[in-house]
Design a protein around this ligand. Structure first.
Ligand SMILES: Nc1nc2c(ncn2[C@@H]2O[C@H](COP(=O)(O)OP(=O)(O)OP(=O)(O)O)[C@@H](O)[C@H]2O)c(=O)[nH]1
Ligand SMILES: [Mg+2]
Length: 349
């Protein structure tokens, strides 16, 4: 293959720059910027859900939403401009009430786009679940079962796990990183107490805490005081092959392979409800900042309308908003944005 490439280069060909084919498609109006970014997203997608969201944006879901908002703003802009041109004659091309209603709708739609970003970000980076519980509750056993390998050491000795052990699995189409942690207890052992600190810190920044309680031991005072810190935690009773879980609680037994599917489907539901992004989501910081700028400008325009300012003042902010959306889709282009986007591509795309 190298020989063929060398021969082609001798005959005048050259190696393509990163993202060059996609960039050309953009320059020739075949793709807009959001679609071009989606190609890179699609290549980098780690799960089926990520891939399908990227594909939706490649097909134009996000671009269509942004363009629709921008068109409604251009409608208002052109009429306000016309009113300026004929200001002597006192013509009105759009009523103040209509203009405000359109801008208000644009604010609502842009804000809804911003909301998709939080979800969109979860779609890219996935979720974090942290397993907490007293020593010997069966945390490492659960992690091993979920990842399907002997990732963490399991022994009957309380205090086996010290450091955090993390593994990523796919649940509900998203990557979910599961952290197994040191069992929570008062410990005089320096290494163990550092591990316990780390466990709590990991839980603080996690999306969901799975708090395991050994059903054969039951809920202890220590569990209660610990659970007071993790109000949204899911309490899961383990080792239900030895003692059944209390009525109405989640129970699992890894040894008897009981309740695991149910736990997984609860996680799957959580992922879908809270984090799966809708089609046409903002998926990166560039897109997000563009819409932040748009909302900011629209709010300023509304403020001017309410204060009864001149068209000129209102127009400044409406232009700022429509430019932000134009930069988002690439309807308006800036050289440095192009470089930034296409330099991240791999060669030959
Ligand atoms: N009968 C039964 N035993 C279990 C089950 N799950 C775990 N165990 C046992 O409980 C003991 C402790 O399990 P681990 O998974 O190491 O517990 P841990 O919570 O990680 O403990 P630390 O790391 O010390 O905090 C081991 O002997 C496991 O074999 C279960 O479902 N049923
Ligand atoms: Mg452990």
């Amino acid at each position: 293959m190298d020989e063929v490439i060398r021969a082609a280069i001798t005959l005048g060909a050259r190696i393509a720059e990163p993202g060059e084919f996609t960039e050309r498609a953009v320059l020739n109006g075949k793709l807009d910027l959001v679609q071009a970014e989606s190609i890179a997203d699609l290549i980098n997608a780690r799960t089926a859900l990520q891939a399908s969201l990227s594909l939706a944006n490649l097909e134009g879901s996000l671009s269509r939403k942004a363009m629709a908002i921008r068109e409604s703003l251009l409608h208002v802009i052109s009429r306000l401009e016309a009113a300026l041109d004929f200001s002597e004659e006192g013509y009105e091309f759009i009523s103040g009430g209509d203009a405000r209603a359109i801008v208000e709708r644009a604010v609502a739609e842009s804000s809804a786009l911003l909301e998709t970003y939080r979800r969109g970000r979860a779609t890219r980076s996935g979720l974090n679940a942290v397993i907490l519980g007293r020593p010997n509750a069966g945390k490492s056993t659960l992690l091993n079962r979920l990842v399907g390998s002997d990732r963490a050491i399991v022994t009957p000795i309380p205090g086996t796990t010290r450091d955090i052990v993390r593994e990523t699995i796919e649940i509900g189409g998203l990557p979910v990183t599961i952290a197994d942690t040191a069992g929570l207890r008062e410990s005089g052992d320096l290494v163990e107490s550092i591990g316990i600190d780390r466990a709590r810190r990991a839980a603080e920044s996690s999306d969901v805490v799975l708090y395991l309680v050994d059903a054969s031991v039951g809920l202890t005072e220590e569990d209660r005081s610990e659970l007071a810190r993790w109000r949204d935690a899911w309490v899961i009773y383990t080792k239900t092959d030895l003692t059944p879980a209390p009525e109405g609680t989640i129970g699992i037994s890894v040894i008897a392979e009981r309740g695991i599917d149910e736990l997984l489907s609860r996680l799957d539901q959580l992922v879908r409800e809270r984090f799966a992004a809708p089609e046409g989501s903002l998926v990166n910081e560039r897109q997000y900042q563009a819409v932040v700028e748009c909302v900011d400008a629209l709010r300023a325009a509304l403020g001017s309308m309410e204060a009864g300012h001149d068209e000129q003042i209102i127009l400044v902010d409406l232009y700022r908003a429509s430019t932000a959306l134009g930069l988002l889709t690439g309807a308006i282009t800036h050289e440095e944005i192009f470089d930034e986007i296409f330099s991240k591509f791999c060669i030959g795309k």
